[in-house]
Design a protein around this ligand. Structure first.
Ligand SMILES: Nc1ncnc2c1ncn2[C@@H]1O[C@H](COP(=O)(O)OP(=O)(O)OP(=O)(O)O)[C@@H](O)[C@H]1O
Ligand SMILES: [Mg+2]
Length: 252
């Protein structure tokens, strides 16, 4: 018996005026997968993630989760179904502490009051779970610091902690190391590589070393359409991919 993939799209399309930012995308993300989405700037990678999360509505096509049609399910409901993401540009509460940021996410999931500032409503279990997440991401030492005081690379880790606080079944990472100085980017790569195995990860990244080391499967998007999909070995050896994309990157 073959079971339905965790996430699947069929002929998923999104037009912005005359531009087709997603063109009839057929895509499968398996439970626990390590999958990368690559392609030139403007290929439609972020748009595809926005379609999966419900931020952007498709013009046509369907999105399925475990075989169930979720195309019309609103963004907040999809989070509850287990679809979490980080953003290409971060959206943290910069004036709150690292712990408070994660607390808010965990509290939201378990239905607790979303503030640590009212001692009466403070939930020990939420604090403990938040601290454990920070520990996993090697952020415990920064728990009490304001997000705005952290180096940018560590701020991006906080975003991953928040996404994990939602207990996702799939984590969509849109350029998690974007804007992080190269001296710090290894902390992001380490964290991404240490994500719990049961969570499926779809990562967008322009760093081909990371992509080829991390992914079991790679999908190449060009002009909104799937240009190729396969194992890293297949994609690396595909002459068309090399010509349109890898060659371009190598020439820089
Ligand atoms: N809300 C929008 N309205 C109009 N056009 C949009 C919108 N969002 C994206 N686009 C266009 O859709 C195309 C795909 O954009 P998208 O951001 O998905 O590409 P990307 O592959 O993520 O690029 P990058 O690597 O630069 O992040 C681009 O031409 C972009 O200008
Ligand atoms: Mg993008």
């Amino acid at each position: 018996m073959t079971s339905a993939p965790l996430l699947e799209t069929r002929a998923l399309r999104r037009n912005f005026g005359a531009l087709a930012a997603a063109r009839d995308i057929d895509f499968r993300l398996e439970a626990g997968a390590r999958h990368a989405l690559i392609g030139p700037n403007g290929a439609g990678k972020t748009t595809f993630i926005n379609l999966l999360t419900g931020v952007v509505r498709p013009t046509a096509g369907v999105i399925l989760m475990n075989g169930r049609d979720i195309t019309a399910v609103p963004e907040a409901e999809r989070v509850k179904l287990g679809i979490a993401r980080t953003f290409q540009i971060n959206r943290l509460f910069r004036r709150l502490s690292v712990l408070e940021n994660v607390y808010i996410a965990v509290a939201e999931r378990v239905g607790a009051a979303p503030s640590m500032r009212r001692p009466a409503g403070l939930r020990r279990d939420v604090v403990e779970e938040s601290m454990e997440l920070l520990d996993t991401l090697k952020l415990s030492a920064d728990a009490a610091r304001r997000v705005s005081e952290l180096p940018y690379g560590r701020q991006r880790l906080v975003e991953i902690a928040i996404a994990l606080g939602l207990e996702p079944r799939v984590l969509l990472l849109d350029e998690p190391a974007a804007g992080v100085p190269s001296a710090e980017s290894h902390i992001i790569l380490d964290a991404v590589e240490r994500l719990p195995r049961q969570i499926a990860v779809l990562i967008i990244d322009h760093d081909m070393d990371l992509v080829f080391r991390f992914a079991q499967r790679i999908t190449v998007l060009v002009s909104g359409a799937v240009f190729a999909t396969g194992s890293p070995r297949e994609i690396g050896a595909n002459p068309d991919v090399r010509a349109v994309y890898l060659g371009q990157v190598a020439r820089g």
